[in-house]
Write a protein that binds this ligand. Structure first.
Ligand code: NAD
Length: 500
């Protein structure tokens, strides 16, 4: 059987017996109250696993041991080359377990296996390697001062970093959070999302296999409002690194204020614009990028380019090309089949929420130009077909709220200034794309957009050197790049008196 056959992946899926318990202090255990939560395959409604459901007591125990290990220095004071070696081994192990990781995330949240193998797993391996490489590349400074003193500043780890992650890129979001925290010398407690926790647990297991000390990287799956809240409120935790919705992100600041004023970084939602100017080049190439930018990962992407801003002169041609391209590239199907490019949404409630947005858009006067249905041939799965609305005004709900599904809204603009005004008229500020052949338009629009990431003549491409994060209600702080490592450190200034 070949890796291009669905049967190959079904066989692997049937053979995996995933670890589904909490990982605390190097051992797997049940929740303190023996509570469990079910994980369900959104492609067919079948159970995937019964997970241990961590309580507030479990979280506090994990935070306590993580803090103890930090103070003992088993990781925080490990020789940097040794710490690097553990992280490189972890990256190698994740790579070696690529098939298992791919199957776990696909089973739990419905992402096509092909995307796991080409994006999520390699992206996670790269994140761990990149951050490992950065470990001894960050320096302090020694500012010039009077000759009777020596002043130096250095970066030190924070202590315990609590990581809370979403379900849309279960492994990769865990890697983006955990790798910089560990690289900087912190201990970690990771609370993955309810819908997709298994790959996070496996990541913790592999850290131990890589030679990571017990208790330095703990994983506590559980309910957000219980385990997540307890983690963000714990006084043993010195930073909370959160990725998820803007609503829950706001709570992180409250929890911090109500506990120990821990540092907070949040990567949140978005309503990102893809701006097509009248002088954009080959419209078919643009359509390819734009379609991928909204329908990749079923549209369950924080940076999904869900608002498509097109100049009037190119509108009709672009919409035709967009529809053809979307229908050719994105056909919902069994996510374990390597030929599938679009899986189901994460669960039934989310599917119904997305269908509700679609109904609402029609009621508000937008024209449905493509899709908009649940996948009737697969009623047992939580599918929604790729959907496009035209005749959208930017104040409509479909153009202003994050749908987090395969739904795009086309809005007409009157030229670059109007496009920027529409693009910025949102509480969010995560990402944007611009298509133009004019250098001045490209750079001036990139300057004027209120968001953390801008792509010109492309969308969502980039590498680990690109800091990832938003402005405004899309968050604060950065994942990836050296910035992620710096965010997991704190500055210390040392003033040495040299006169006797
Ligand atoms: P969510 O906010 O519902 O959940 C995220 C995490 O927070 C989960 O682990 C959840 O259990 C936990 N949580 C929920 N309530 C909590 C509480 N009261 N206290 C502490 N933790 C709590 O988000 P989601 O539905 O899992 O993910 C989708 C959202 O994530 C979208 O809005 C998307 O845009 C965003 N996202 C952002 C980025 C980014 O980089 N900006 C990346 C991926 C996803």
């Amino acid at each position: 059987m070949s890796t291009t056959d669905a049967a190959y992946w079904r066989t692997i899926a049937a053979s995996i017996v995933p670890e589904a318990r909490l990982l605390i202090d190097g051992s797997f255990c049940d929740a303190a109250d023996m509570g469990r939560m079910a994980s369900t395959n959104p492609a067919n409604g079948k159970p995937v696993a019964e997970l241990a459901c961590g309580t507030a007591d479990d979280v506090e125990r994990a935070a306590d041991i993580a803090e103890r290990r930090f103070r003992q220095g088993v990781w925080s004071r490990m020789a940097l080359r040794d710490r690097m070696a553990v992280m490189f081994r972890l990256a190698d192990l994740v790579e070696a377990h690529a098939a298992t990781f791919a199957v776990l995330d696909t089973l739990e949240m419905g992402k096509p296996i092909s995307e796991m193998l080409t994006v999520d797993v390699p992206g996670s391996v790269l994140a761990i390697r990149y951050l490992a490489e950065c470990i001894d590349k960050i320096g302090g400074s020694c500012p010039t001062t009077n000759s009777d003193a020596l002043h130096y500043m250095q970066r030190q780890p924070l202590g315990v970093v609590g990581c809370i992650t979403p379900w849309n890129y279960p492994l990769m979001m865990a890697a983006w959070k955990v790798a910089p925290a560990l690289a900087a010398g912190n201990s970690v407690v990771l609370k993955p999302a309810e819908d997709a926790s298994l790959s996070a647990i496996l990541l913790g297991k592999l850290f131990l296999e890589a030679g990571g000390p017990d208790g330095v990287f703990n994983v506590v799956p559980g309910r957000g409002a219980v385990a997540g809240k307890a983690l963000a409120l714990s006084s043993k935790v010195h930073k909370i690194a959160f990725t998820g919705s803007t609503g829950v992100g706001r709570l992180m600041y409250r929890y911090s204020a109500d506990s120990n004023l821990k540092k907070v970084s949040v990567e949140l939602g978005g309503k990102s614009p893809q701006i097509i100017l009248d002088d954009a080049g080959d419209l078919q190439k643009v359509a390819d990028w734009v379609v991928d930018g909204i329908y990749g990962n079923q549209g369950e992407v924080c940076s999904a380019g869900s608002r498509i801003l097109v100049g009037k002169a190119r509108h009709d041609d672009f919409v035709d090309l967009f529809r053809e391209t979307a229908m050719r590239k994105f056909l919902p199907g069994n996510p374990l089949d390597p030929a599938t490019t679009m899986g189901p949404l994460v669960n039934r409630a989310h599917q119904q929420k997305v269908l509700g947005f679609i109904d609402g858009a029609g009621a508000e006067g937008a024209t449905r130009a493509l899709g908009g249905e649940a996948h009737l041939e697969r009623p047992e799965g939580c599918f929604v077909s790729p959907t496009l609305f035209t005749s959208v005004r930017h104040e409509m709900t479909i153009a202003s709220q994050e749908v987090f599904g395969p739904v795009a809204a086309v809005i007409c603009h009157d030229g670059p200034a109007n496009a920027v005004a529409i693009a910025n008229d949102t509480p969010y500020g995560l990402a944007a794309g611009i298509w133009t052949n004019d250098l001045t338009s490209a750079h001036s629009i990139a300057r004027d957009l209120e968001c953390g990431m801008v792509w010109v003549n492309g969308y969502m491409n980039g590498d680990m050197s690109q800091p990832w994060g938003g402005w405004k209600a899309s968050g604060q702080g950065r994942d990836k790049a050296i910035e992620a490592l710096l965010e997991n450190t704190q500055m210390k200034s040392v003033w040495v008196t040299l006169s006797r």
